[in-house]
Design a protein around this ligand. Structure first.
Ligand code: FAD
Length: 557
């Protein structure tokens, strides 16, 4: 008899998820939870069953680009994988975008939508990417007030009927600048009232989408971000041919291999102005806030998937006479990862709550400011956490974690994109600082953490609360001193500052939930997560010296 290892398995991804369910029970009114529980259970069953099996079977298929037909005509057709075709149908029918716009549950619509997204994402190989951009496009178009474009595109982006459902791309990055998108070289020319775009876009994901929002510089506009305008384009003409868009090639990527990410030439592509002939970066901001939130939700979702598989495997894998789940050091390793995941989930869904309240116009000015600060902070903090957690998850399977047909390496490779696209960690850290300057005060954050922690009574949580308050004070003091020392000092510390705020908020939200779970569920697991998270550290603002950093970065012989 040869030994054969039992593989890890998944159950219903909603009913098995203690952290999500407990969070929803605290946050949602009972009647809202009762109303949406059926949809979450159905999505949890699909994600742990049918689509998960399909994902494993479909592992090797990738998008295919056919540039020419048999007779030499340029067609640039992209076939996505069978999993993605199925994911599109499910996404439309289950309202993964629509739920946010139907607003059946008012300010809680975003919580419902993102709970569905969180369950759906890990089984569909980043189909969340086109969905995020579709949601973002619907939001940016709506914010623009451009009636014609809203009537044309938003009903498709929010459709539940798969035959009328559209997804959107977001073409910003060019070879010359991704973070520094103000350098964009794409030109917009107007002739006979029709705008046409000319340029090369270096990264455009979801190129199989029906439409895209993009940036281009109307001829004669000044250089820099201000001179760019936001344009709407449709990728195919009514005959189904490419709309003067050439797909030069698909990117050969480390991960997200089911996502067709292309290099494009816009060769006189017809386009429409969304709102004005300048300030495109400002006008696309509502889209980025949405896609960044999807990014944070995806990070939580991938962490949860990795941990669900790792925990199941730990019960099945025997080493040194017992299941790994009984080995104190293995248990300790998984516990640290679980605490990081729980912190990430609470911060992410806090941002989701604020977003929902803002869209339902039930938000105070202070909380609106906090939403502006926490959207990039949650994205960058969870983006770092997901890579660290999934690297450990892979190791927790030993050699099996490194073997492709277990389906596990994909998790880590896909996770690695989350700190890069929609703004890298550094770029978002600088963004967060811009929200706080010129005053550099953390008054809103201090007020909110005070409010979050006001009901905490359990002695360990009281100690944790004091530490949170102290860390917020230290962060504010650091920013004040750095601002006096000059811009270089502020920039050099921006990432640690932003990550400190992210970890502070995660711990505060964990502490609040821990008290609630003790009181209402007699469950001490969130308390354990809060203690563990606190022990891992929240203050990353050690003394820093920008000159030392420059010397180390160069490391010349
Ligand atoms: C799989 C994938 C899909 C993508 N899909 C899309 C898409 O659909 N649409 C789209 O528009 N883009 C897309 N992108 C592009 C992505 O958004 C950019 O790669 C990203 O914004 C970074 O830009 P860049 O590649 O030009 O890097 P750069 O801007 O050159 O950055 C390089 C490094 O420098 C750092 N850096 C830059 N500026 C600063 C600064 N001021 N201070 C400190 N550090 C700094 C960054 O953090 C980064 O680590 C995609 C990327 C990937 C990997």
């Amino acid at each position: 008899m040869v030994f054969i290892q039992t593989p890890p398995e998944l159950g219903n991804q909603y009913t098995d998820d203690r952290v999500l369910r407990s969070y929803l029970a605290r946050t949602l009114p009972a009647e809202v939870l009762a109303d949406i529980a059926g949809s979450l259970e159905a999505m949890g069953a699909l994600a742990g069953g049918e689509i998960y099996r399909m994902q494993l079977a479909d592992r090797e298929s990738e998008p295919v680009l056919t540039q020419w037909d048999a007779w030499g005509k340029r067609i640039d057709r992209i076939e996505v994988s069978p999993l993605w075709r199925e994911a599109e149908r499910i996404a439309a029918e289950q309202g993964l975008v629509a739920t946010a716009y139907e607003r059946r549950h008012g300010a809680f619509a975003r919580v419902h939508q993102f709970a569905l997204v969180y369950l759906f994402t890990p089984s569909t190989d980043l189909y969340s990417c086109p969905l995020a951009m579709s949601d973002g496009a619907a939001c940016a178009l709506t914010a623009s007030g451009n009636k014609a474009l809203i009537e044309r595109a938003v009903p498709h982006l929010t459709a539940r009927d798969p035959s009328g459902f559209w997804t959107s791309g977001q073409s910003m990055t060019e070879a010359i600048g991704g973070s520094d998108v103000g350098l964009s070289e794409t030109v917009a020319r107007q002739k006979n009232g029709q705008w046409r775009l000319y340029g090369r876009k270096w990264f455009t994901s979801a190129i199989a989408s029906q439409m895209a929002l993009t940036l281009a510089r109307p001829e004669g506009n000044p250089p820099g971000g201000k001179g760019l305008a936001l344009f709407y384009l449709e990728t195919r003409n009514p005959g189904g041919s490419p709309n003067r868009i050439l797909v030069d090639r698909l990117k050969d990527k480390l991960g997200t291999r089911k996502v067709p990410t292309a290099e494009l030439t816009l060769d006189g592509t017809p386009a429409e102005l969304v709102y004005g002939t300048t300030d495109g970066i400002r006008n696309i901001a509502p889209m980025l806030n949405i896609t960044r939130t999807w990014n944070s939700v995806s990070a939580c979702a991938l962490m949860r998937r990795g941990l669900a598989l790792a925990r199941d495997f730990a019960c099945k894998r025997i080493a040194f006479g017992a299941p790994l789940a009984e080995k104190p050091l293995h248990v300790d390793t998984l516990a640290g990862l679980q605490a990081e995941f729980e912190g990430a989930l609470h911060l992410t869904f806090f941002v989701v709550e604020l977003l929902g309240r803002s869209e339902a116009q039930q938000i105070s000015p202070e909380q609106a400011d906090l939403l502006r600060l926490l959207t990039p902070i949650a994205k960058l903090t969870t983006g770092r956490q997901v890579v660290a957690v999934l690297s450990e998850v892979i190791e927790s399977f030993g050699g099996a974690g490194y073997v492709e047909d277990t389906g596990l390496p994909l998790l880590l490779r896909d996770a690695q994109v989350l700190p890069i696209w929609e703004g890298t960690t550094n770029v978002l850290s600088l963004d967060a600082l811009r929200v706080l300057q010129p005053g550099g005060r953390l008054a809103n954050l201090r007020r909110e953490t005070g409010f979050i922690l006001q009901r905490v009574r359990e002695p360990d949580l009281v100690k944790i609360s004091a530490r949170i308050e102290q860390t917020v004070e230290q962060a504010e003091a650091w920013l004040g001193q750095a601002m006096q020392s000059g811009e270089a000092q502020v920039e050099a510390g921006a990432r640690r500052f932003a990550l400190t705020l992210g970890r502070v908020m995660e711990l505060a939200l964990l502490a609040r939930h821990a008290q609630w779970a003790l009181d209402h569920e007699r469950d001490s697991r969130t308390l354990a997560a809060a203690r563990r998270f606190a022990a891992a550290g929240i203050n990353l603002l050690a003394d820093m010296n920008a000159d030392d950093a420059r010397l180390l970065a160069r490391d010349e012989p």
